[in-house]
Design a protein around this ligand. Structure first.
Ligand code: FAQ
Length: 326
């Protein structure tokens, strides 16, 4: 249990009434408020998966830091990857307020017990992939995460505000990488298009399975954790992408993509959900490499954690001595 956090009594009728009132009135639930165990559990699940995604999500781009085409691109990419680490830390902190400690969450990640976003199990063989990740992956992340700034759980919603500001910068830098390539040589344009071809469908799958196959959506929407369903957000994302693709001059790889006057939205083709579930089962291009890299980083960092603990113990002992002496 995280020190300082008091989870309300399990069968607290007054607490339950207050919880329902907070949800109904669109107010925020805070760590010390009573909350149903299922609400706590679903929040820990979603927030920790989100944190793991940010941490694992550093790898596909980290792969390009040493090979970025200029000093400027290298500096931007390093800053972006560092931002993702920060997002992971805010989110782990938000999850800790629900009573699950960080070591437990790390353990779940490195043993493969926890999920993280499917998208980070795809490889990044070309520089254009840095553009596609920014434009499509961060773009999908923003669409999904802006409504989370209004999630009913206070610490999660507040963490999301800063994350979304940074994600929107990330999305623009990805767009700009692709724009530079599209204004470049024939082979640079081909590289950008080829990359968009690979990332488009996996980015659409980031929103999760279709509503009919999403076991958690209904309850999470009733609790105002999620504000929109997976399909609603996916549609919003496609509608946002089409004019941006036109501005870039890239073609979105979907022959069924067309404006539907009646619906006031773009229609788009069926996604290959068997690929999504296969990636979730661990059979994506990079599942093994992502987990092995994370595990090695965790083990390699053991001495830093030990040193930090020893330093904290020393500081605490010194403070206690000072108190005794005074
Ligand atoms: N990948 O019932 P639902 C980023 C799982 S951060 C893997 O619909 P829910 C920033 C789901 O967990 C990207 N698993 O679930 C960045 C559930 O399994 P469970 C991460 C997925 O929770 C950019 C099962 O399928 N963003 O990109 C995925 O209501 C660039 C059934 O699904 C977030 O985590 C998936 N794509 O809705 C970083 C946002 N989709 O847990 C670096 C917060 C679904 O029952 C570089 N999360 N599953 O075993 C959410 O909004 C929600 O959790 C959803 C899923 C929408 C992801």
């Amino acid at each position: 249990m995280t020190p300082g956090i008091r989870p309300g009594a399990v069968d607290d009728a007054a607490g339950e009434e207050r919880f329902l009132e907070l949800i109904t009135s669109d107010s925020r639930v805070e760590p010390t408020d009573w909350m149903p165990e299922a609400y706590r559990k679903t929040l820990v699940r979603q927030i920790s998966q989100h944190a793991h995604s940010e941490i694992i999500g550093m790898q596909p781009e980290g792969n390009w830091i040493t090979r970025a085409p200029s000093l400027k691109r290298k500096a931007i990419l390093m800053a972006k990857v560092q931002d993702e680490a920060g997002h992971g830390l805010y989110l782990y902190s938000a999850a800790q307020t629900l009573g699950t400690d960080r070591d437990t969450m790390f353990e779940q990640l490195i043993t493969g017990a926890a999920k993280y976003s499917s998208i980070f199990n795809y490889l990044t063989p070309t520089w254009a992939d840095m553009g596609s990740i920014g434009w499509l992956v961060d773009g999908a992340a923003i669409c999904n995460q802006v409504p989370l700034c209004r999630a009913s759980y206070g610490p999660y919603a507040r963490a999301m505000v800063r994350i979304c500001k940074e994600e929107s910068f990330h999305q623009r830098q990805g767009f700009e990488i692709l724009l530079a390539l599209m204004n470049g040589s024939e082979s640079q344009r081909a590289m950008a298009q080829e990359s968009v071809n690979r990332w488009y469908a996996p980015a659409l799958m980031m929103f999760g399975p279709p509503d009919a196959d999403s076991p958690n959506s209904r309850q999470s929407m009733d609790w105002k954790i999620k504000r929109f369903s997976n399909d609603e957000l996916r549609q919003r994302f496609v509608d946002m992408l089409v004019p941006q693709a036109e501005a870039l001059g890239v073609t979105l790889p979907d022959p069924d993509l067309k404006w539907n006057e009646e619906r006031g939205h773009y229609d788009f083709g069926e996604l290959d959900w068997s690929e999504f579930y296969d990636v979730l089962k661990g059979n994506g291009q990079a599942n093994a490499v992502r987990l092995n890299t994370r595990r090695a980083a965790h083990e390699g960092g053991a001495w830093v954690r030990e040193a930090a603990r020893a330093y904290a113990d020393k500081q605490a002992a010194a403070a206690a001595d000072l108190e005794l002496a005074s």
